[in-house]
Design a binder for this molecule. Sequence first.
Ligand code: ACO
Length: 374
Amino acid sequence: MSEPEFRPGLADVPVAESAISFIDGKRARLEYRGIAVEALARESTFEETSWLLLKGALPTQRELALFDRDLKQNRSLKYRQIDILKCLPPSGHPMEALQASLAALGMFFPAKEDAWESILHLVAKTTTLVAAFHRVRHGEEALAPREDLGHAANFFYMLTGKEPSAPVARVLDACLILHAEHTMNASTFAARVVGSTQANPYSVISAAVGALSGPLHGGANEEVLEMLDEIGDHSKAKAWLEDAIATKKKIMGFGHRVYKVKDPRATVLQELAEHVFTETGRPAAYETALSLEAAANTLLGPKGIYPNVDFFSGIVYSSLGIPRDLFTPMFAMSRVVGWLSHWTEQMRHNRIFRPEQVFTGQRDQPFIPLEQRP
Ligand code: ACO
């Protein structure tokens, strides 16, 4: 029998049948349950989009009202859950704190918890964990969630102690919608693999957070700002890019396994960001980003390398005063919905993942006793 073909990174290898989201990478099209993500970012809310992803169809008014109520009622953390955050090193990365605290969260709920209950806890409390860790690492008390605020606005409040203006709440809500789901990426696959073992959903989401934390995946938005700092000024963007290409540097926030045109999420986020910038002023990093994008259109465009969603998300967050190391946790706060949608789908037709390998090592080697080894 011939060896199966090995595809590094499982490129183009289907690992599941899924009805959750769809990408046409050549036409810049991303749909959640058949609906264009741009329409959702402009017209929907994170709560409504979450229901759509998790349940498969837009909610009725009553379903949405009950879901919204249930999320609000599940936002708060117990004292001991906050104490866990206080025990973590304040200098550690918030993604590590999130991964650890989500895994620990599962210990507070019954092993055979109803799946929907787990989903409510995870969607509602991930946001609270991110905000609470940020406050306790700075020696401040975690703020209790407010039931009069929507999901995104409440996050901003729990983080900063301030209520966001309507445009700021809107752009944050849209960012959550845009990051909620994205077909079979590395963290979603990690969630499916862990879920396929029938591990509890808190372990599933904790594993997915670990996968998302890497700089080639969710960690890119943080590195984009570092790159824009390094460029310094928009007038230097073209020369910097030429040098980066010559020295084979990866341009953070550019390129995508699936999109060979500009990521539709980047386009809609840019549009929403412009609204926020009328309030906060256009940050210098945005001017640099625009010059870099213009130069990249000529230099990288022919290779199908264009901005992805993370090219702009970090600029928006930092214009709102959100620290860089919270960008990826904010991505996780949103993507938890996509991961749980895939977990739900996986559990419906589950078979444990057990892929194949192409063996390249030696065989039939003798065991040489320690004293006889050279
Ligand atoms: N800058 C410069 N060159 C790039 C970039 C980039 N950002 N992305 C791809 N390329 C080049 C590669 O060097 C390679 O060139 P070669 O054929 O001459 O060797 C070619 O394009 C193919 O690149 P791969 O890395 O094989 O593409 P892959 O599909 O495996 O990777 C990835 C996609 C990881 C996103 C890549 O584009 C990248 O590292 N981008 C920067 C990090 C980033 O922004 N990640 C966020 C992704 S979006 C998200 O997770 C939400």
